[in-house]
Design a binder for this molecule. Structure first.
Ligand code: SAH
Ligand code: SF4
Length: 349
């Protein structure tokens, strides 16, 4: 019983089938493990009169979130590397906000989509993370790093969440389960390169849906195809159709991530195309200055350019935020993962 892959309901079903027990004991197990980080479930009051049962259940439970291999504290953020059972390493980032912390998790070891500006993409793909390995990043942050203020989860670490949709959906169910980690879906964001049928799967399997962030980076098909090869398969029109069907809550919007790259997607015309693309949606646009890395020969825009580009959008009443300082902010912190990662390049699906 890999307990980090079990919702409260699944734990109840398991107890019912194997031990003829139910919700009462499941509540004790979930509380000890997910809320207290205590694997000794016999300490739960529900097992006060059934220590033998507790011992039997405990022998069935396994927890393998991976071990924290390294912790790096940067200006505002803490990045930690988890070593998985097979020796692969994945990165997660803790970003403190005003009153709470956002945890940025990885969904794959590497990524196979090869966006030309992205460090993770450059290093290639090793494998999907299991649900346990995804949920394990939160478990470790809460109980190994003892961070009790995590209220937001963003899938903006290594990998493409919608290339591992099944495990990501299961992880979201456990993270948002009130008896487990209890992080509301409205505080969970899935960032994607934009794979229409997988966005449809999110919509059909998760009700309510989590927030969606789209790495757009250009609203011109020819440019987007050059910097993000996926666009040759699923272009902007396909994306538009599926985004229109995304069931947004009244208070939320689709987050559009736009990495601004000098001379590539930062002209006035690019801004006008972006405005046109987002017109039918409720969106928040994040302008992220390209962070120079070991990838292609791309340069960051100047601060003035980022400001000017953002103003073009704001002047047309687009809700826009700009990330100005390199290395700061959520996207800058999460989008740069994978420098120490080695995988093999495979062509996109
Ligand atoms: N694969 C998903 C989830 C990873 S999120 C996705 O692409 O959305 C990683 C984010 O970091 C993406 O929004 C990506 O556009 C951004 N990013 C990648 N390389 C970057 C760079 N060099 N500078 C700034 N942002 C970058
Ligand atoms: Fe993969 Fe996202 Fe990087 Fe593209 S931007 S290579 S999809 S992690």
């Amino acid at each position: 019983m890999k307990i980090l892959e079990y919702t409260f309901e699944k734990t109840t079903e398991y107890l019912n089938k194997e031990f003829n027990k139910g919700k009462f004991h499941a509540a004790g197990i979930c509380r000890e493990i997910f809320k207290n980080g205590n694997i000794n479930i016999s300490e739960a009051k529900e097992f006060d009169n059934s220590k033998e049962l507790a011992a039997k259940v405990m022998r069935r439970i396994s927890i393998n979130p991976g071990t924290i291999h390294n912790i790096e504290c940067e200006v505002n953020t803490t990045k930690y590397i988890t070593k998985l059972n097979d020796g692969l390493k994945v990165e997660s980032v803790l970003v403190p906000m005003n009153n709470y912390t956002t945890l940025c998790v990885s969904s794959q070891a590497g990524c196979r989509f090869g966006c030309i500006f992205c460090e993770t993409g450059k290093k290639g793909f090793s494998r999907n993370l299991s649900t346990e390995e995804i949920v394990g990043q939160l478990y470790n942050a809460r109980f190994m790093l003892k961070n009790s203020s995590i209220k937001n989860i963003v899938f903006m670490g290594m990998g493409e969440p919608l290339d591992n949709t099944e495990n990501v959906i299961k992880a979201v169910k456990i993270i948002s389960d009130q008896r487990c980690f209890n992080i509301a879906r409205k505080n969970i964001t899935i960032s994607t390169i934009g794979i229409p049928d997988q966005i449809e799967k999110l919509i059909s399997d998760l009700n309510p849906v989590p927030n969606l962030a789209l790495s757009l980076n250009s609203a011109v098909n020819s440019i987007r195809s050059k910097i993000m090869p996926i666009n040759k398969k699923h272009d902007l029109n396909d994306l538009k159709t599926v985004l229109l069907s995304y069931p947004l809550r009244s208070s939320s919007a689709i987050l559009i991530e736009y990495v601004l790259m000098s001379g590539i997607n930062d002209s006035y015309d690019d801004a006008m195309e972006l405005i046109e693309f987002v017109k039918p949606f409720k969106v928040r646009v994040n302008i992220i200055p390209y962070n120079e890395n070991s990838c292609a020969n791309i340069s960051s825009p100047s601060y003035d350019k980022v400001k000017e580009f953002s103003k073009w959008l704001a002047d047309e009443s687009v809700f826009v935020r700009m990330r100005t300082r390199k290395g700061s902010g959520l996207m800058a912190a999460c989008g740069q993962l994978g420098k120490n990662f080695k995988g093999s390049r495979q062509p996109p699906a």
